[in-house]
Design a protein around this ligand. Structure first.
Ligand code: PLP
Length: 399
């Protein structure tokens, strides 16, 4: 072990927990205490009368979802992947599900063909997301073929421009189709996603301006739906938000169904002002295999001197177990990637300053940009609490 303590007390404790559990290869770690505190923070952001819908794709691990659903007091999930949909239905026969993206009709058919007989009733508990009249027609034919009724939520574009109804005429066309097929299609609500809010440079659009525009769009589409289906209005699912805006929807929101997931783990892309009080709770960890002084590229030595000589953050080279992850090194401080040496998924290089220095077998901690992919690709997730690996959670598989 390195006696110069490259990490602060927090990461040092995580490192010791991993060492004690004998985990010395690339792993994903969840800090359970932090995740639990984030869950309580998220619950407190939901306005009275509104429902939190946990975004399953951002937390695609049954044991994690169990905790998150219990701590936030919700059974509502947003799902994005047919294989995960089937597993969610298997795990949570009492859940309320809204698809977060439009599924190809063949994927929807596959779901019905493999529906478990466990009490889950899609006609009551599942809303399919529909973005165009053509897809709605496909779903009508699916419902006719199956002899069933599908709940249909319509995707609306509130400024992200990722699809869905982009103007009142597009929404009216789909509402018209719904009105004509009440036997097979039940209109259940509207879904928008406003993750663009706060992403533009403030000179182009401030967060509060972007949010106000999104709210205006949600309200305008809802007004059309209310006018066309006044009898359904009280029961409609007006879904929207996402971790970047869930705090903004606490007051005066047009939504009664609010999605969020990533905030529970706060990966790197969620270091934003509205989530300032949330704590990072997911890390990718890996051991150092080789520690060298300086940075040496293959080829003539003068080239490395020219590129790296005297540069503080190139004082050491570390070859780590694995690499190439969509993540940034966070501990120890000062580590940087090396573009000239190139990418490796097997043994990749990091450079670092003279101090803190890493030794062979020390752990490097990364923060992933997002949780969704990260949780699926490293096998069991190591759950750390109070300085120990207390559990291992398996993510949903491709079934
Ligand atoms: C439709 C929709 N709603 C909400 C979310 C928010 O998820 P998260 O809170 O994990 O960012 C997403 C994420 O992609 C989404 O696509």
């Amino acid at each position: 072990m390195n006696s110069t303590e490259p990490h602060d007390a927090y990461f040092n404790a995580l490192q010791q927990a991993l060492n004690q559990a004998g985990i010395a290869w690339p792993s994903v770690v969840i800090d359970r205490a932090r995740m639990r505190r984030n869950a309580v923070r998220l619950k407190n952001l939901i306005a009275p009368g509104s429902r939190l819908r946990l975004v399953e794709k951002s937390l695609p691990v049954p044991a994690l979802l169990d905790e998150a659903m219990a701590l936030t007091g919700t059974r509502a999930l947003m799902v994005f992947h047919e294989p995960q949909l089937r597993q969610v239905v298997q795990h949570y026969p009492d859940s309320d599900l809204l698809m977060g993206k439009p599924m190809p009709v063949l994927a929807a058919l596959h779901f019905y063909r493999h529906l478990p007989d466990n009490g889950f009733d899609p006609a009551r508990q599942l809303q399919w997301l529909i973005d165009t009249p053509a897809r709605l027609q496909e779903y009508l034919e699916l419902a006719q073929g199956l002899g069933t009724r599908l709940r249909i939520n319509i995707e609306i574009d509130v400024g992200l421009h990722r699809g869905g109804a982009a103007d009142p005429a597009a929404l009216r066309a789909m509402l018209d189709q719904l009105r004509k097929a009440p036997e097979h299609l039940e209109f259940s609500g509207l879904m928008g996603y406003d993750a663009h809010v706060g992403k533009l440079p403030p000179l182009l659009q401030r967060r509060d301006t972007g949010f106000a525009k999104a709210v205006e769009a949600y309200r305008a589409y809802q007004a059309i739906a209310r006018a066309e289906f006044p009898e359904l209005a009280p029961a409609m699912c007006w879904n929207g938000a996402g971790s970047p805006t869930v705090a903004l929807h606490r007051q005066h929101s047009p939504l009664n169904d609010v999605s969020a997931g990533s905030a529970l783990l706060k990966p790197l892309e969620f270091d934003i002002e509205p989530l300032a009080e949330f704590e990072p709770a997911i890390f990718v960890t890996t051991p150092v295999l080789k520690a060298q002084r300086g940075t040496r590229l293959p080829g003539p030595p003068w080239l490395s001197k020219l590129l790296y000589g005297g540069r503080a953050n190139r004082a050491h080279s570390y070859f780590i177990y694995g690499g190439g992850w969509p993540a940034e090194p966070v501990s120890p401080a000062g580590l940087v990637t090396n573009k000239q040496f190139g990418l490796s998924f097997n043994q990749s290089i990091l450079n670092g300053p003279r101090t803190p220095a890493l030794a062979v077998n020390d752990t490097v901690f990364f923060r992933p940009y997002q949780s969704e992919g990260t949780l699926l690709h490293y096998g069991p997730i190591r759950v750390i609490d109070d300085g120990l690996v207390v559990d291992e959670w398996l993510p949903f598989g491709e079934v």
